[in-house]
Ligand binder design. Structure first.
Ligand code: CMX
Length: 464
C-alpha cells in the first residue's frame, strides 16, 4: 500500500506519542525526569497540536447557542478547553482518559496501601502519564520541602475569630500567599510570554505544598489547641495532611489519598475550576486565581454541599431518631422539598447517573465501616431519595453526587466538625486548578471575555 501524506494534525499527534514514549526511555536512565523536566518536553508538541487543531478546525461550529443557555447558567455550552479531565453525563469523570477504578489500579500507592497517591494523580493530570514509584516519592519530598507557610500568613490565621468560616480563612490565607508569587515577580521583571508556565509551575507547586499547613492551622485554631506538629519529609502528602490535622490512623490516611484523588478535578466548567481558569486568564498568579476558586467552592450548591449533607443528616436523626424506618426518612425528604430547600448531595449540573466519586466512597465505606450507623443512614437515603426527586419532577438528575458521601467517612474517623469539610475539598481541588493554570500559561490561553446580552437585545433579535 502506498504511503498517504499525513495531515499536519496527525503528525502532531504522532509526535505527541513519540514524546510520550521518550518518558519511558528517559525514565530508564540513571535519574528519572522530574515533573517539570517532563512538562518542558511535552509543551512544544502540545503547542503545535493546538495550532494545528485551530488551523484545521478553527472556523467549524459546535452547533447553535440557545437563548435558554444564556439564561440557564450556560448548561452544556461548549466554551472551554481542558485536557486534564473530562466528565461524561452517564459515566462520570475520567482523568486523562482514566476512570476512578483505573486510577485506583494504575497510580502508585504507598507501601502497604491500596488507594492511589494524589502525587501520582497530579502527575497524570499534568502529563497524561502514570509516574513511577520513584517519581511520586520525589514529588512527596518536594512538596514537604516547600510546605512552610510565611509567618505573616500564620498570623493572619491566628487573628481570625474562630467564628469565621474555615473556608473564608482558607481563602484569605491562600490569597495572601501571593506576597511571594514567583509568577507575579517574574511578570514585573518583564519575562517573555513563552516562559509564563515556568513560574506558574513553581507557584502551583508551592500552593499545593503549603495547603496541608494552612488547613492544619485552621483546623487546630478553630477546633483544637492551635499547635501544629512538623511535616515529615519522608512521608507522602496525605500522611502529612492527616498528621497536621491530628490523625494518625492509617485507614484515615488511606481515605485522604482516595478523597484528594477523586475531588481533584471535574473537568473545566464547574464553578471552582472555571473560576480559577477565568481569574488566571487575567494573569493573576496561581494564589489569586485559586483563592477565587475557593470562594466559589464555598457555595452550598458546590463544595459546601458536603457540610450541608452532614448538617441535614444530623437534623434528620434528631427529628426521626436513629434506625428510623424508610417511611420516616421519606417523609423527612419530602418535608425538605416542601420547605423549598434542595436535598443536599443529590443532583448535578452535568451528571445523569450516580456519581462514580460517590460509588468509590461507598465502596471504601463498605470495606472499612460497614456497620457505622451514619453510613447506614447514607445508604438508606440513597435507597429513597432518587424516587422522591423523580416524583417531585424538577431535578434533572435524581442521583447522589460526591458530597452525599464524603462527610460520613470523615466523621467515622473522628473528623466530626462539618464546617471544615469543604476545606478538604479545597485542598484536593487545588490539584486540578493548578494543573489547568500551568497548561493555560504554557499554551498561551488568552484573557477570557465572553459576550453578555441584555434581555431587550434578545427580544429585538428574535422579534418577527
Ligand atoms: N433537591 C431539590 N431540588 C433540586 C435538586 C435537589 N438535590 N437538584 C436540582 N433541584 C431542582 C433545582 O433547584 C431546580 O429547581 P428550580 O427549577 O426551582 O430552579 C430544578 O431542580 C432543576 O435543576 P437541575 O437542572 O436538575 O440542576 P442544576 O443543574 O440547576 O443544579 C445542582 C445542579 C447540583 C446545583 C442541584 O442539583 C442542587 O442544588 N443539588 C443540591 C446541592 C448539591 O448537592 N450540590 C453539590 C454538587 C456537586 C459539587 O459541585 O460539589
Amino acid at each position: 500500500m502506498a504511503f498517504r501524506a499525513q495531515s499536519p494534525l496527525l503528525s502532531a499527534l504522532r509526535s505527541a506519542q513519540l514524546a510520550r514514549a521518550s518518558v519511558r526511555f528517559a525514565s530508564t536512565g540513571a535519574k528519572p525526569l522530574t515533573l517539570k523536566e517532563r512538562l518542558a518536553e511535552l509543551i512544544p508538541t502540545e503547542i503545535e497540536k493546538v495550532k494545528q487543531i485551530r488551523a484545521e478546525h478553527g472556523k467549524k461550529s459546535f452547533g447553535p447557542v440557545l437563548v435558554d443557555q444564556l439564561y440557564g447558567g450556560m448548561r452544556g455550552l461548549p466554551a472551554l478547553i481542558w485536557d486534564g479531565s473530562v466528565l461524561d453525563a452517564e459515566e462520570g469523570i475520567r482523568f486523562r482518559g482514566k476512570s476512578i477504578p483505573e486510577c485506583q489500579e494504575l497510580l502508585p500507592k504507598a507501601p502497604g496501601g491500596s488507594e492511589p497517591l494524589p502525587e501520582g494523580l497530579f502527575w497524570l493530570l499534568l502529563t497524561g502519564e502514570i509516574p513511577t514509584q520513584e517519581q511520586v516519592k520525589e514529588l512527596s519530598r518536594e512538596w514537604a520541602a516547600r510546605a512552610a507557610v510565611p509567618e505573616f500568613v500564620e498570623e493572619i490565621l491566628d487573628r481570625c475569630p474562630p467564628t469565621l468560616h474555615p473556608m473564608s480563612q482558607f481563602s484569605l490565607a491562600v490569597t495572601a500567599l501571593n506576597h511571594d508569587s514567583a509568577f507575579a515577580k517574574a511578570y514585573q521583571e518583564g519575562i517573555s510570554k513563552k516562559d509564563y508556565w515556568q513560574s506558574t509551575f513553581e507557584d502551583s507547586m508551592d500552593l499545593i505544598a503549603k495547603l496541608p499547613n494552612i488547613a492544619g492551622t485552621i483546623y487546630r485554631n478553630v477546633f483544637g489547641d492551635g499547635k501544629l506538629p512538623p511535616i515529615d519529609p519522608e512521608k507522602d502528602y496525605s500522611h502529612n495532611l492527616a498528621t497536621l490535622l491530628g490523625f494518625d490512623n492509617e485507614a484515615f490516611v488511606e481515605l485522604l489519598r482516595l478523597y484528594i484523588t477523586i475531588h481533584s478535578d471535574h473537568e473545566g466548567g464547574n464553578v471552582s475550576a472555571h473560576t480559577g481558569k477565568l481569574v488566571g486568564s487575567a494573569l493573576s498568579d496561581p494564589f489569586l486565581a485559586f483563592g477565587a476558586s475557593l470562594n466559589g467552592l464555598a457555595g452550598p450548591l458546590h463544595g459546601l454541599a458536603n457540610q450541608e449533607v452532614l448538617i441535614w443528616l444530623r437534623k434528620m436523626q434528631a427529628k426521626i431518631g436513629e434506625n428510623a424506618s424508610d417511611e420516616a426518612v421519606k417523609e423527612y425528604v419530602w418535608s425538605t422539598l416542601k420547605a423549598g430547600q434542595v436535598v443536599p448531595g443529590y443532583g448535578h449540573a452535568v451528571l445523569r447517573k450516580t456519581d462514580p466519586r460517590y460509588t468509590a466512597q461507598r465502596e471504601f465505606a463498605l470495606k472499612h465501616m460497614g456497620n457505622d450507623p451514619l453510613f447506614k443512614l447514607v445508604a438508606q437515603v440513597y435507597s429513597v431519595v432518587p424516587d422522591i426527586l423523580l416524583e417531585a419532577g424538577k431535578a434533572k438528575n435524581p442521583w447522589p453526587n460526591v458530597d452525599a458521601h464524603s462527610g460520613v467517612l470523615l466523621s467515622h474517623y473522628g473528623l466530626t466538625q462539618m464546617q471544615f469539610y469543604t476545606v478538604l475539598f479545597g485542598v484536593s481541588r487545588a490539584f486540578g486548578v493548578a494543573a489547568q493554570l500551568i497548561w493555560d500559561r504554557a499554551l498561551g490561553a488568552p484573557l477570557e471575555r465572553p459576550k453578555s446580552y441584555s434581555s431587550d437585545a434578545i427580544h429585538k433579535m428574535f422579534k418577527q
